[in-house]
Design a protein around this ligand. Structure first.
Ligand code: COA
Length: 359
């Protein structure tokens, strides 16, 4: 009997504190108009809790939607480029909080493409019989690596988490086409330099994203469109067969260009970038969850995931969704309320970059 992997659960966790375009106008030379017209972003979230807390809640919501408990999870894949520590992987914290005592757990870093990389890997592991149930999480606390004096980057990124549960099934579902790509020769145009082990002792020198925005933009448009076209062809679909494109939410103009290349009706494109900005590996599972909540994924619907990010990585998957598009159960819990303003949350960041300017 054939073995496939079906998405049976989905969930998200967004911190409550909003950083709006109007807020950004107070700290960098920019305007709501400029940010909206160049990126589509109106606001983003800033987390007052650790990334693993967001991941745990998104994971628990996904497990509730799937109707499983943590003891039934074989593997936790935690896609992130903002881990809480190098050792252990953040996945260990998430596993402990969930009480997933029978699971293996690891972080996966393919930057903004991390969720799609993880999805293709989870699907393959299940099809191969190496796992029956995988919890795949995309989570980022990008405010941690943001320089809120740099208007070209700080307007784009935010914090959040999304998750899906994949389970073995005999009905045809899951990945029908996939592309995983990277151009490491261009890695320097989107990176956090001087962090990690590249130069011993340098880890605290500068911890911030630097990006050549227009170069990244051009490459993202080409790579996401090419990868999407390839997976649609691999799946044997025509453009009319696509029910919903769920793209990485980095810039609305990148998403629009991808849809134009596919000749896809904008009504079949999931967009929520205005609300959360770019949450890197978390954008697609958050967008997928919101698409399901809005009834935009039909039973056995044909979806395309497409992403681009640091590395420079890109990835796409043509995905056949399962029969069930309603959650089996929902949980009421939320992240704890924050008693700090957005400025109080960003204060350590300002202190840090103020100190650097004085050096
Ligand atoms: N407010 C006002 N002006 C800004 C600004 C801001 N927040 N950020 C940059 N500018 C200025 C620049 O300084 C530049 O001014 P100059 O011409 O006097 O030098 C001008 O706007 C145009 O900059 P440019 O970078 O060419 O703009 P753009 O149209 O490419 O848009 C980005 C900038 C960052 C929105 C866009 O390049 C982008 O989204 N890139 C991809 C980012 C991305 O997706 N990264 C993650 C990949 S997953």
């Amino acid at each position: 009997m054939s073995r496939y992997a079906e998405i049976t659960g989905w969930g998200k966790a967004l911190p409550p504190t909003v950083l709006s375009n109007a807020d950004l106008e107070l700290i960098v030379e920019t305007s709501d108009d400029w940010i909206t017209s160049r990126s589509g972003i109106k606001e983003r979230r800033i987390s007052h809790v650790a990334a693993s807390e967001m991941a745990e809640l998104a994971g628990r919501r996904a497990m509730a939607a799937a109707g499983i408990d943590a003891g039934g999870v074989d593997l936790i894949l935690n896609a992130t480029c903002t881990p809480e520590s190098i050792i252990p992987a953040s996945a260990s914290y998430v596993q402990a909080m969930l009480g997933a005592t029978k699971a293996g757990a690891m972080d996966l870093n393919a930057n903004c493409s991390g969720f799609v990389y993880g999805y293709v890997m989870a699907d393959s592991l299940i099809r191969a019989g190496a796992a029956d149930t995988v919890l795949l999480i995309g989570v980022e606390r990008l405010s941690w690596v943001m320089d809120y004096t740099d208007r070209s980057t700080c307007i784009l990124f935010g914090d959040g988490a999304g998750a899906v549960v994949l389970q073995a099934t005999s009905g045809e579902a899951g990945v029908l086409g996939s592309v995983l790509g990277v151009d490491g020769t261009m890695a320097d145009i989107l990176c956090v330099p001087n962090d990690g082990t590249i130069e011993p002792g340098s880890a605290s020198a500068v911890t911030r994203i630097v990006m050549e925005g227009s170069d990244v933009f051009r490459r993202a448009v080409t790579a996401m469109a090419d990868a999407s076209e390839t997976v649609v062809r691999q799946a044997g679909w025509e453009v009319d067969d696509i029910d919903l494109l769920v793209p990485h939410q980095a810039n609305q103009r990148i998403i629009d260009a991808t849809a134009r290349r596919l000749k896809l009706d904008p009504a079949r494109v999931m967009l929520n970038i205005h609300a959360y900005g770019n949450t890197s590996a978390a954008t697609i599972p958050i967008a997928l969850t919101e698409a399901l909540e809005a009834g935009r994924v039909p039973p056995r619907g044909n979806l395309v995931f497409a992403a681009f990010g640091g590395g420079l990585t890109w990835a796409a998957a043509a995905v056949r969704f399962g029969e069930r598009v309603m959650p089996r159960a929902e949980i009421e819990d939320d992240l704890p309320a924050s008693d700090r303003s957005v400025w109080e949350l960003l204060q350590p960041n300002f202190d840090y970059f103020g100190r650097l300017e004085r050096l």
